[in-house]
Design a binder for this molecule. Structure first.
Ligand SMILES: [Zn+2]
Length: 318
């Protein structure tokens, strides 16, 4: 438990509070206001959890206003609370520089929401977050570094004095996030490896990932992620399998229950799955067969349950 005490004292020193959320919403990291910087949140969860995100922030800040939002990348589960927080507190919003213009213009085809069949309330952006730069959070200076792979535009934040890093979806403790650009081109796995190399060089003592608890066995997490990536490089079709399953489970976390036919229609028509079908070398006519295979494999594995025509998450009432 020594590491838990170390983590607590590092967070206290940095003036940060971690809201560990789950898989539908990313974690949120809230920084207290200091003399030089306003109260700031890093990543804001999924849109359907907006009210919960605001309640967590309100409870932690009391009368202090949230004045700034920083996003590690623009996936729906990291920016879904932006719009609501902006409406309530008028926060300034910083996003990674390569995504800044897309978000400013709200380019639906190039932002990921249409592609993945996810929803995200439109938000405004104020400033680009430059990789290689420094961001003040609380009383400390955090380095901003590019962390591609899962998302080509993502950044991670690193605080050298305390050795705390916010890795977003570039590094989790046990699992590996989908490497989205590798659904188009297998070479993108190399970018994910380079993000792991960067974390290894920085050698943080504590990682706050985009999902899951904060952890201190960073070398172990890097090693597991690397092994998984090498497995995907050897057998890219396993990454396609993983992506299909993870995206369908995310959809079920959002909607809770769907009929079989709704799921099959959604899978066969959502661009990311259409793309995966093409990557498998299947014709468009085989999309439905592929969709059925994905649903059946999750039902067989117990990750989903079927009650008549309805598909639910385990433990949900039919
Ligand atoms: Zn992500």
């Amino acid at each position: 438990m020594e590491s838990a005490a170390f983590v607590r004292s590092a967070f206290e020193q940095l003036g940060l509070q971690l809201f560990e959320r789950g898989w539908l919403s990313s974690n949120n990291v809230l920084f207290r206001a200091s003399r030089s910087t306003p109260a700031t949140i890093v990543d804001t969860g999924y849109g359907s959890h907006e009210a919960q995100t605001q309640a967590l922030v309100q409870e932690a800040l009391g009368d202090v206003a949230l004045e700034r939002i920083v996003n590690t990348h623009l996936h729906s589960d990291h920016v879904g609370g932006n719009a609501g927080l902006q409406t309530r507190w008028g926060c300034e919003t910083l996003v990674p520089e390569p995504s800044f213009d897309l978000a400013r213009r709200w380019d639906e085809t190039r932002l990921s929401y249409e592609h993945t069949g996810q929803t995200c309330p439109r938000f405004k952006v104020d400033s680009p977050l430059e990789a290689g730069g420094v961001l003040r959070l609380g009383d400390y200076r955090w380095k901003v570094a590019t962390a591609p792979g899962h998302d080509p535009d993502a950044v991670l934040l690193y605080q050298p004095d305390s050795g705390v890093a916010l890795t977003g979806d570039a590094l989790w403790e046990r699992r590996l996030a989908i490497v989205f650009p590798a659904l188009e081109d297998d070479r993108a796995f190399d970018d994910a490896l380079s993000a792991l190399d960067l974390v290894e060089r920085l050698a943080p003592r504590v990682v706050i990932p985009g999902h899951g608890r904060a952890f201190t066995d960073v070398a172990g997490a890097v090693q597991r992620s690397r092994q998984r990536l090498h497995q995907f490089i050897r057998q890219p079709e396993r990454h396609l399998d993983y992506a299909e399953r993870a995206l369908l489970m995310f959809h079920m976390l959002e909607h809770r229950r769907r009929t079989v036919s709704e799921l099959l229609t959604w899978l066969a028509s959502t661009p990311v799955f259409v793309r995966i079908v093409a990557r498998r070398g299947l014709g468009a006519g085989e999309a439905e067969i592929n969709a059925r295979r994905v649903v059946d494999s999750l039902l067989a594995g117990g990750q989903l349950q079927r009650h008549g025509e309805w598909v639910t998450l385990p433990g949900s009432p039919g």
